[in-house]
Design a protein around this ligand. Structure first.
Ligand SMILES: Nc1ncnc2c1ncn2[C@@H]1O[C@H](COP(=O)(O)OP(=O)(O)OP(=O)(O)O)[C@@H](O)[C@H]1O
Ligand SMILES: [Mg+2]
Length: 381
C-alpha cells in the first residue's frame, strides 16, 4: 500500500487533520464579510487550512479566489498573478471558449485573456494587458472587477492572498498597499484573507498605525494541531495503510515533533517506511528513524549554516541548545554561549527570525526546523 503520509504538499481529504474550531470561527468571520490576517510560523498548515475553508464556503452565492503571491517579484507580476487567479477563480470548470472571452471582457477594462499552446499542445491561459496602461490603473481595474462581479451575481466573495508578506519585498513605497486599501474598504460583500509566516512583516502591515491596513483586518493566528486529534489521525492512517502501530509509538512521534503538523507528517512518513524494524521499543526505533532523517538532511543543514555570519551561527546553536526553555535574553545566557553582547544577540535574533530559521513561541525561541535543532544539538554538544 502507499505511504499515507506526505509532507510538503497541501493536506487534503483524509490526510487533513482537525482544524474544526479554526474553520468554524473563520466561517463566522466570512459570514460577516470581515477581512482576516492569518499568521503562523512556516509549515504550521495555513495554506492547507485556508484551501479547505475555501472548498467548504464556495457555493453559487459565494465565489472564492486563491492568489499565491510566492512568485511575485514586482508590481507587474503581482498584478498578473492576481488577475490570472481572479479570472481562473471566477471561471472554474468552464472550458476555454468564446463565451469565456466575452465574460472576461465584461469583467475587466484593460485586461485581455489570451490562450496559447504549450510544448505538449495543451492550451494555456495567460493575461494580456492593453498597451501603455500604468500598473496602478491595472490594479484598480482588477479590484473593481471583483466588486462588479459580486454585484452582478449578487454574491459574496472570499479572496485569499497567500504569502502576502511577499509584497513587502518590492512595494517599498507602500503604493500597492494604498491601492488595495482604497478599493477593499469599499468591498462590503467581500472578505480578504491575508496569509503569511513572517511575524514582524505581517504584524507591521496590520498593526502599525502608519500603514494603510492598520486595524483593517481581524488577527487570526493559528497554532499547532492538538495532540488528541493528531493521535487519532495518525493511528487511523497507519492502520488503514496496512501498517498498524501501538499508541506508544504515536505518542513517541508527537513527543519529538511537539505536534508540529509538517514535522509530524515527515517523521510519520519515515516511521511508516521503516515499520518492519519496529519491535515495540519506541525510543530505539524513533532514534534510528531520526538519525536517518538528519543524516539525509545534513548537507542541507550545512549549506544553511554556511551562509550565516559567525554570530548568527553561534546564536542559532545556543537557541537550539536552550530548547525553548531557558530565559535567553540574559547576560548569563550570553556569557554561557560566548556571544558578543546582549544587544548584539537581540539584533542577531531578529535577523534569524527574518530568515525564518527561528520563531517566537510562548515567550521563548524555537528553531523552525525541529530536525535541524536535533542535528545542531548533537553536533555541537
Ligand atoms: N490539517 C493538517 N492535517 C495534516 N497535515 C497537515 C495539516 N496542516 C498541515 N499539515 C502538514 O504540514 C505541511 C505544511 O502545511 P501547509 O503548506 O499548509 O503549511 P503553511 O503554514 O502554509 O506553510 P508555509 O509557511 O511554508 O506556507 C503539509 O504538507 C502537511 O504535511
Ligand atoms: Mg503556505
Amino acid at each position: 500500500m502507499d505511504n499515507p503520509f506526505s509532507f510538503g504538499r497541501i493536506a487534503k481529504k483524509n490526510r487533513f487533520c482537525d482544524r474544526e474550531n479554526e474553520i468554524k470561527r473563520l466561517k463566522e468571520y466570512l459570514r460577516a464579510s470581515s477581512n482576516i490576517w492569518l499568521y503562523s510560523p512556516r509549515r504550521f498548515g495555513k495554506t492547507s487550512l485556508v484551501k479547505k475553508l475555501l472548498e467548504e464556503v464556495e457555493t453559487e452565492k459565494t465565489f472564492v479566489v486563491y492568489v499565491d503571491l510566492y512568485e511575485a517579484e514586482d508590481e507587474k507580476e503581482f498584478n498578473r498573478i492576481f488577475a490570472k487567479a481572479l479570472y481562473s477563480g471566477l471561471h472554474k470548470n468552464k472550458p476555454l471558449t468564446e463565451k469565456l472571452f466575452a465574460s472576461a471582457r465584461n469583467l475587466f477594462q484593460y485586461i485581455v485573456p489570451q490562450i496559447s499552446v504549450d510544448a505538449s499542445g495543451k492550451p494555456v491561459f495567460q493575461i494580456g494587458v492593453s498597451d501603455n496602461i500604468p500598473e496602478d490603473l491595472l490594479l484598480g481595474d482588477i479590484l473593481d472587477s471583483i466588486k462588479k462581479h459580486s454585484k452582478k451575481r449578487k454574491s459574496k466573495g472570499v479572496i485569499v492572498f497567500d504569502e502576502f508578506q511577499q509584497i513587502g519585498e518590492f512595494d517599498n513605497s507602500g503604493k500597492i498597499e494604498k491601492i488595495l486599501r482604497k478599493y477593499i474598504q469599499d468591498h462590503n460583500n467581500i472578505s480578504y484573507i491575508f496569509l503569511g509566516s513572517k511575524q514582524r512583516l505581517m504584524s507591521s502591515f496590520f498593526e502599525d498605525s502608519n500603514r494603510p491596513f492598520y486595524k483593517s483586518a481581524l488577527h487570526f493566528p493559528i497554532d499547532k494541531i492538538p495532540k488528541s486529534f493528531l493521535l487519532k489521525h495518525l493511528m487511523k492512517l497507519f492502520k488503514k495503510s496496512g501498517k498498524p502501530v501501538d499508541k506508544n509509538l504515536i505518542e513517541g512521534i508527537l513527543d519529538q515533533t511537539e505536534c508540529h503538523p509538517f514535522f509530524t507528517e515527515k517523521l510519520s512518513f519515515f516511521c511508516w517506511i521503516k515499520h518492519d524494524e519496529y519491535k515495540g521499543d519506541v525510543e530505539l526505533f524513533i532514534e534510528s528513524v531520526l538519525n536517518e532523517i538528519t543524516a539525509t538532511e545534513e548537507s542541507n543543514y550545512k549549506n544553511l549554516m554556511s551562509v550565516l555570519t559567525k554570530y548568527q551561527k553561534k546564536s542559532l546553536i545556543a537557541i537550539a541548545k536552550a530548547q525553548g526553555e531557558e530565559d535567553i535574553f540574559t547576560s548569563k545566557f550570553v556569557r554561557k554561549h560566548q556571544l558578543p553582547s546582549l544587544t548584539q544577540f537581540r539584533k542577531t535574533v531578529v535577523s534569524l527570525q527574518e530568515k525564518e530559521l527561528i520563531f517566537a513561541e510562548d515567550n521563548s525561541l524555537k528553531l523552525n526546523d525541529i530536525f535541524m535543532e536535533m542535528w545542531l544539538k548533537s553536533r555541537f554538544n
